[in-house]
Design a protein around this ligand. Structure first.
Ligand SMILES: C[S@@+](CC[C@H](N)C(=O)[O-])C[C@H]1O[C@@H](n2cnc3c(N)ncnc32)[C@H](O)[C@@H]1O
Length: 280
């Protein structure tokens, strides 16, 4: 069993980037009335307690969601859905005490006809997901390997939807595994929107993954990256690839970048980009 626990990192700058982009993808799916399904390989627990010992130990959220929530000035409408999901968990307080993980954000977009399928291997995280969402008939929770589970469940009956791939990259082979996985997945379900989050580390391991992705026979694949001041060790950037990127996602990300960079004002070198890894 891997040791990674997302509660230490919940709400950090990378989550702000990832979950903001995720909210834009879910909004895009809701533009049509036809049902969609959201499948996630590595769901986490869905709702993080920012007052917990673990979250307090690193306090990463104080340099991510906290300054974003406190940012002054007119907030671009592109952030409305994401920030509403954070506020929904913190209704009666000015203080942030909880942070929504990707399952909670996706659950907030469910219409009567839509479904979530969430895979999470860790017994504690799985139990917490079950506790939160187990009674919702539209949310299917699986304690199984997410790569294997999502592949087995694809394509879903709706044939329309989003696959979120968000491993911890504790296993270095994930960087090689993901392009091969996406290649296989798109052969089973060609019009799936596939979001792949990746860390940007001093070792720049993501570059090999991007190179391998570029060689795949994919349609429009958008890359968006949020980069802070480089550090000698650890993560200093957050990346997201979106295969079969919805119409105008690039413009929406670009419209919000200045605000996001400004909100992370503790880091004057914060920079953002959205470009096509694979154009149509
Ligand atoms: C980065 S966290 C997920 C965060 C979540 N997607 C979010 O944005 O809120 C990665 C999660 O994957 C789980 N995990 C690790 N290996 C897994 C596997 N093979 N299949 C499914 N889940 C796994 C870990 O327990 C951890 O909760």
């Amino acid at each position: 069993m891997l040791s990674y626990q997302h509660v230490y990192h919940a709400g950090n700058f990378a989550d702000a980037h990832k979950h903001w982009a995720l909210s834009l993808l879910l909004q895009a799916l809701c533009k049509k009335s036809t049902p969609w399904r959201y499948l996630e390989t590595h769901a986490g627990r869905g709702d993080y307690d920012l007052t917990s010992e673990e979250a307090q130990k690193t306090s990463e959220w104080t340099a991510g969601i906290l300054p974003l929530m406190q940012a002054k000035g007119p907030c671009p409408p592109e952030f409305d859905a994401y920030l509403a999901a954070v506020r929904a968990l913190n209704p009666n307080t000015e203080r942030l005490t909880r942070y929504p993980g990707s399952p909670a954000i996706a659950a907030g977009f469910l219409r009567e006809t839509d479904q979530l399928a969430l895979c999470e291997l860790h017994p504690g995280e799985y139990a917490e997901l079950k506790r939160q969402f187990g009674r919702n008939r539209q949310i299917h929770i699986h304690q199984r390997d997410g790569f294997e589970g999502v592949m087995a469940m694809s394509p879903p009956p709706e044939k329309r939807g989003l696959v979120m791939i968000d491993p911890s990259y504790e296993l270095k082979e994930d960087y090689q595994r993901i392009p091969a996985y996406v290649n296989k997945l798109t052969k089973k379900w060609s019009n799936a929107i596939i979001a792949i989050w990746y860390p940007i580390l001093a070792e720049k391991r993501h570059e090999k993954m991007l190179e391998l992705m570029r060689q795949l026979p994919l349609n429009k694949t958008l890359r968006s990256e949020l980069i802070l001041t480089p550090v000698a060790r650890g993560m200093y950037g957050s990346g997201m690839l979106v295969v079969n990127s919805p119409w105008r996602l690039d413009e929406q990300l670009q419209a919000g970048w200045a605000y996001l960079s400004e909100a992370l004002r503790g880091d004057p070198k914060a920079s953002c980009s959205a470009d096509w890894l694979i154009a149509e």
